[in-house]
Design a protein around this ligand. Structure first.
Ligand SMILES: [Fe+2]
Ligand SMILES: [Fe+2]
Length: 227
């Protein structure tokens, strides 16, 4: 991790940043999600969020790959499709890493799984979200990326608030090989602050790609891979 990044400072910046004005579609999604999982943020709730988070990236990756196979003679189109496809793969891997970390934390705490994480409900949710992501990307790729930026903005805030609600995580050391492979963290609070910052990176990149560069939140040590 970049030495310039101060995770506590960035968490505070997330909490203090004025809220984004979400679109009607995003608000509807967040309300429905809260109705299903409850308004309080829990490890289970963010686990479900991570299961869904990779879905649009997969939809874009497949579409861009199809485009590359069709339009290999058009350099400009290819370069844009390639850029989105490469990032979608990276972001998917990153979301999957978040999912594994949450699963490990839940297993370590021996928490009882709620009904909304039963295999059938998860399958239905993933299927519906996949359908939604596919249809939106087909209708308008730009709109689909904007929706993802809102999803990621919401995820960044949820993690930042979640860490505040659990001061005991400041004392819990990160010792598992999986967590250590993600990075060097003093405790679970810092690890989840890093997850929140990953969501900000996804948010920023999405805003950049849907021509809303004004909404990109810059910070010391942020990835410099927008071009
Ligand atoms: Fe994530
Ligand atoms: Fe994300």
């Amino acid at each position: 991790m970049d030495k310039r990044i101060d995770l506590k400072k960035e968490q505070q910046a997330t909490l203090e940043r004025p809220g984004l004005k979400y679109s009607f579609m995003a608000r509807l999604f967040f309300i429905s999600f809260d109705l299903l999982t409850g308004s309080k943020t829990t490890l289970f709730k963010v686990k479900l969020l991570e299961i869904l988070a990779g879905v649009p990236y997969r939809a874009w990756e497949i579409r861009q790959y199809q485009k590359l196979s069709r339009c290999y003679g058009n350099d400009k189109l290819m370069s844009r499709a390639q850029q989105l496809m490469v990032w979608a793969r990276e972001a998917q891997d990153n979301e999957y890493q978040h999912l594994l970390l949450l699963h490990e934390k839940i297993t370590a705490e021996k928490l009882k799984q709620p009904w909304f994480l039963s295999p059938l409900v998860v399958r239905l949710m993933v299927f519906s979200y996949r359908l939604f992501a596919w249809a939106l990307a087909k209708f308008s790729l730009r709109r689909s990326i904007c929706f993802n930026a809102e999803f990621e903005d919401h995820a960044e805030r949820s993690y930042a608030e979640f860490v505040c609600e659990h001061p005991e995580w400041e004392e819990q050391a990160v010792i598992s090989p999986l967590a250590r492979a993600y990075g060097e963290f003093a405790n679970w609070a810092d690890l989840l602050r890093r997850v929140s910052l990953d969501e900000r990176d996804h948010r920023n990149r999405s805003f950049h790609l849907c021509d809303r560069a004004r909404d990109v939140v810059r910070y010391d040590g942020m990835p410099d891979n927008f071009d």
